[in-house]
Design a protein around this ligand. Structure first.
Ligand SMILES: CC(C)(COP(=O)(O)OP(=O)(O)OC[C@H]1O[C@@H](n2cnc3c(N)ncnc32)[C@H](O)[C@@H]1OP(=O)(O)O)[C@@H](O)C(=O)NCCC(=O)NCCS
Length: 141
């Protein structure tokens, strides 16, 4: 998949205050980065991205960061976000990672908690994106 195809939904849902160029994130084109998309016909309605990065921002095959989870408003609550997250977690485990982490928006915490992620540290604010928690999931084999 051409990664730029996910930028429209990423920008609309997660970065409406930015222009399209700003949602091309560092690491999007790394060879070990995974982008997952769900389609309704030709339209992308749900997305998620996973990078081989540790919490210091370094490339690290033992760790995976999930970013850019977004579902079109008309499609929320139908399980797409959960299915994408489950797929990414399975892929991280199969790739040999020992942990998955993300900076989760506080209103979306239950999506991660239901899959065993636990918060670490205190809630923090990301400008324009609201309150977040660092969430971590250890992967057992
Ligand atoms: C968070 C998000 C990715 C979840 O995707 P989804 O496809 O709605 O998720 P699911 O259908 O698998 O359900 C996940 C949860 O969302 C809840 N939900 C249901 N309808 C919803 C709606 N209209 N809006 C937000 N959440 C909703 C469900 O109750 C469920 O919570 P639960 O696990 O406690 O039962 C999606 O709501 C979204 O894009 N939100 C805006 C952007 C955002 O917050 N992204 C996450 C950044 S960490």
């Amino acid at each position: 998949m051409d990664v730029t195809r996910i930028y429209e939904l990423r920008q609309a849902v997660l970065r409406p205050h930015q222009d399209r160029k700003a949602v091309a994130w560092s690491g999007d084109s790394d060879p070990d980065t995974i982008h997952v998309a769900a389609y309704d016909g030709a339209h992308i309605v749900a997305i998620g991205t996973m990078l081989a990065r540790n919490e210091h921002g370094d490339r690290d095959q033992r760790s995976r960061q999930i970013r850019g989870m977004a579902v079109h408003p008309d499609w929320r609550g139908h399980g797409l976000g959960g299915q994408i997250l489950d797929w990414l977690i399975d892929h991280a485990r199969e790739a040999g990672a020992i942990e998955v982490w993300c900076n989760a928006r506080t209103p979306a915490l239950s999506l991660y908690r239901r899959r065993g992620f636990v918060p670490s540290g205190v809630e923090f604010e990301i400008p324009h994106a609201g309150p977040h928690f660092r969430m971590r999931l250890g992967l057992s084999r």
